[in-house]
Write a protein that binds this ligand. Structure first.
Ligand SMILES: [Zn+2]
Length: 147
């Protein structure tokens, strides 16, 4: 009998489409943990053109956990796509100067943030109150109209 040594994992895109691979409360809780900003370049969601995404520290395609907060950080779309499957340290060291930041500080920030607990109870309540993760982020950017 023939046995394979590796366990086949379903492709992430076949698990779920678009942004639905993670629940909205968990996504928002991770953005909150990372202060609504990109862990690489430091730009916040309030900066024009910045779109927040979640980035796998160890890419799912390389065996990283899909939903473990310890493997997820907030990254802007531009940094997330620039990194691709590059090793974290290599990517940060190659780009820190471009971002006007210190590579060791970025790596330390990522180490601290990925270990912080996330508060899905709070993010769930915010989404229930506002209707969606997107609407909560709009309030972060524009301020709360109901005051
Ligand atoms: Zn960025």
């Amino acid at each position: 009998m023939c046995q394979t040594l590796t366990t086949a994992r379903p492709d992430r895109k076949t698990l779920n489409q678009g942004q639905n691979w993670i629940s909205p409360p968990k996504r928002l809780a991770l953005y909150m943990r990372d202060s609504y900003g990109c862990c690489y370049c430091g730009r916040g969601v309030e900066v024009e053109g910045v779109v927040l995404t979640l980035e796998h520290i160890v890419p799912y395609s390389k065996g990283g956990a899909l939903l473990d907060p310890n493997n997820l950080i907030t990254a802007c779309r531009s940094c997330n796509s620039a990194r691709g499957n590059k090793a974290l340290t290599t990517f940060v060291k190659a780009n820190a100067e471009k971002w006007g930041r210190n590579a060791d500080c970025i790596l330390s920030y990522i180490r601290r943030h990925r270990a912080m607990p996330i508060n899905t109870k709070a993010s769930k309540a915010m989404i229930e109150e506002r209707g969606s993760c997107r609407k909560v982020l709009d309030i972060v950017v524009q301020g709360d109209p109901i005051k």
